[in-house]
Design a protein around this ligand. Structure first.
Ligand SMILES: [Zn+2]
Ligand SMILES: [Zn+2]
Length: 311
């Protein structure tokens, strides 16, 4: 058990037909079907009203560049209203339901999504200030009016910790769609950004690496990149050639932190490997490691190497 002992956000796989709102646990992930079952609401949409359970379910999608729902330092989420094209209105839709939820006694629940059909449950929320309007680009790149609803958690004791992996994946997804914009469109979008960045607590897994193995790997490379064979591009403050340790089978995919799996490479090659993940580079690095081990007559690690890379 990890010492931090933070419960992992669990994604409940089975479809529980009898799921109730009271069964939902803050920090757990649920899918559309489970949300619809518990709240007796629609399977779709960002704002799902249910008369049967007197509730309004809100979904904050963080993997969609169109909406920029961010938490402030004071624990307020400025939630964007519904309506993808043109000016949003406070009439005849769930925007008005949310705006008047306090007076009408409707229970409002929040889910946050970093991946389609995976929703973290935040628990019950309430309007925490005046609803306001701002200008943002719509789906068709036209400036329009949107409503922002300041929300806060009703129970601040059970705070949601997002898995850092989910945040990173959704960031990648967002960037992929953002890159389709022209430089001019991007500039236009930047103009309508109101927030100056926000922060949120995340749950991260730190993969420990042995510093002896790391330093040995760099010594072994002797100041020359194990991939491009060029000298390290600069020296660090202590005058040592700057190279970075890399695991050929990455730690994230359960690669061993052992000298038969590590190389020391220049920052340029290191980025290239992580961005492109080319087989030719991986093959080359394997040959380099094997040569080191053979030169060293390191029979044991040659065996380990063969076991690792014959898979
Ligand atoms: Zn290099
Ligand atoms: Zn690496």
């Amino acid at each position: 058990m990890a010492p931090a002992d933070i419960p992992l956000a669990k994604y409940i796989l089975e479809d529980s037909h009898s799921l109730q709102i009271s069964d939902l646990v803050v920090g757990n992930k649920y899918n559309n079907k489970q949300i619809a079952t518990a709240f007796k609401c629609s399977l779709m949409g960002g704002m799902r009203r249910s008369k049967k359970t007197n509730s309004l379910v809100l979904i904050a999608k963080h993997n969609n560049p169109l909406y920029d729902d961010q938490w402030t330092e004071d624990g307020i989420l400025n939630y964007t209203g519904m309506g993808k094209v043109g000016d949003q209105t406070l009439e005849g839709n769930q925007n008005i339901t949310l705006a008047t939820s306090k007076e009408s006694g409707i229970h409002v629940y929040l889910f946050e999504s970093y991946q389609d059909n995976h929703y973290y449950f935040d628990g019950e929320v309430e309007i925490a200030g005046d609803v306001y309007t701002t200008n943002e680009l719509d789906q068709n790149q036209n400036m329009r009016t949107v409503f922002k609803f300041p929300l806060r958690l009703k129970n601040t004791n059970s705070k949601l910790l997002i898995d850092i992996q989910d945040v990173e994946n959704s960031e990648k997804e967002k960037r992929r769609s953002i890159r389709k914009f022209s430089q001019k469109e991007m500039k236009e979008k930047i103009k309508s950004i109101v927030s100056s960045g926000s922060s949120r607590e995340v749950k991260a897994i730190y993969r420990e690496r042995n510093s002896m193995i790391s330093e040995y790997t760099k010594k072994r490379a002797n100041g020359v990149c194990d991939l491009c064979r060029k000298p390290a591009p600069f020296k660090d403050k202590n005058g040592n050639p700057y190279l970075e340790e890399h695991h050929v089978v990455t730690l994230a995919s359960a690669g061993p932190d052992k000298i038969y799996n590590t190389v020391a490479i220049c920052p340029n090659c290191h980025r290239r490997i992580h961005v492109l993940n080319r087989k030719s580079d991986i093959d080359k690095l394997q040959k380099v490691i094997l040569k080191y081990l053979l030169d060293d007559h390191d029979i044991e690690n040659i065996e380990n190497f063969k076991k690792l890379f014959s898979k």
